[in-house]
Design a protein around this ligand. Structure first.
Ligand code: TA6
Length: 294
């Protein structure tokens, strides 16, 4: 079977070998194993999940691809409708519903999960919404699509982001093209304005927590490279990019991050988080990322 669906998770199996494993909790992708075009014999894990991650649905998973909606970052949130929400909103800590298989053929395996307000969500968030997460596995790439529908009359304002933990030797990673882009540096408590990126390639050799704005440009494509490997991240309707790695300086404070885990990934997070997506009543919005192997 190309798709296995158990109580708490779904496994997608591509006919050429790649697999994706995800939890219904958070529509959270835990694993993506794929071959690279340059080395088709090698089927390897492309995401990082901490050995100390909680996988029982009692806390967000440290690693993989968390989905952030409707608010990014820690409280206090500036938006009045987000005042009761915790860090990164609720999408990553709710159990989604397996909706359907969208494709299952020689080229593509794709499924859709959905989430609508639950009693638990209504305690902290009063707006109506419908979310769908479409996960598409192809031979050398993985696509996440978040669809947001506003069934109400009033506009819905939200943040959306894919908090992807890309497995990589973090000290050797370079991310482009961010030169000249404005960013908010969350590691610098002494400066609350926007900095301008001066580097051709952004590294995460030191603790990095940078929220770049309006980076997607015409192409919406980022390159993440390291010696002997890399990925391209192609985005749609996600104008901003967050780059995060705590390194030794902050990593030990992240309680569910394994010792030294910060050396094994870089978070490259396409999102719409500087300002809000404003979605008119009765309309839908789609944001997506496609991660392709070099
Ligand atoms: O996206 C970067 C970030 O907001 C960092 O500030 C950070 O600490 C991180 O996400 C992880 O957040 P979490 O809630 O998963 O611990």
């Amino acid at each position: 079977m190309p798709i296995e669906h158990t109580n708490d998770r779904v496994i997608l199996k591509h006919p050429k070998g790649p697999t994706v494993e995800l939890l219904l909790y958070g529509a959270h992708i835990l694993s993506w194993k794929s071959r690279s075009p340059s080395n088709p014999d090698e089927l390897s894990e492309r995401l990082f999940v901490s050995a100390k991650a909680t996988l029982d649905g009692s806390a967000p998973v440290r690693g993989g691809i968390p989905v952030v909606f409707p608010s990014f970052a820690a409280p206090p949130h500036a938006h009045p409708e987000h005042s009761k929400l915790g860090i990164h909103g609720f999408a990553r800590s709710e159990v989604w519903t397996f909706d359907k298989v969208l494709r299952d053929d020689e080229e593509t395996v794709a499924i859709r999960l959905t989430l609508s307000p639950t009693p638990k969500i209504r305690e902290v968030y009063s707006r109506d919404f419908k979310l769908a997460s479409v996960i598409t596995l192809e031979a050398t790439q993985l696509t996440n699509e978040l669809q947001v529908t506003n069934p109400a009359v009033d506009p819905l304002e939200f943040h959306a982001l894919f908090h992807s933990y890309i497995r990589s030797p973090s000290k050797d990673v370079l991310i482009t093209p961010l030169k000249g882009k404005k960013y908010f540096d969350k590691t610098d408590k002494t400066f609350q304005g926007l900095k301008t990126e001066s580097r051709d390639g952004v590294d995460v050799k030191r603790w990095t927590d940078s929220v770049y704005e309006d980076t997607a440009g015409e192409s919406g494509v980022y390159e993440v490279k390291w010696p002997g490997g890399g990925v391209s991240v192609r985005t749609r309707n996600l104008k901003d990019l967050v780059v995060w790695n705590p390194q030794e300086e902050f990593g030990p404070k992240v309680v569910d991050l394994e010792e030294g885990g910060w050396e094994k990934y870089v978070c490259v997070e396409p999102g719409y988080v500087r300002g809000y997506v404003k979605l008119d009543g009765g309309n839908s919005w789609v944001g997506s990322q496609t991660i392709s192997l070099h």
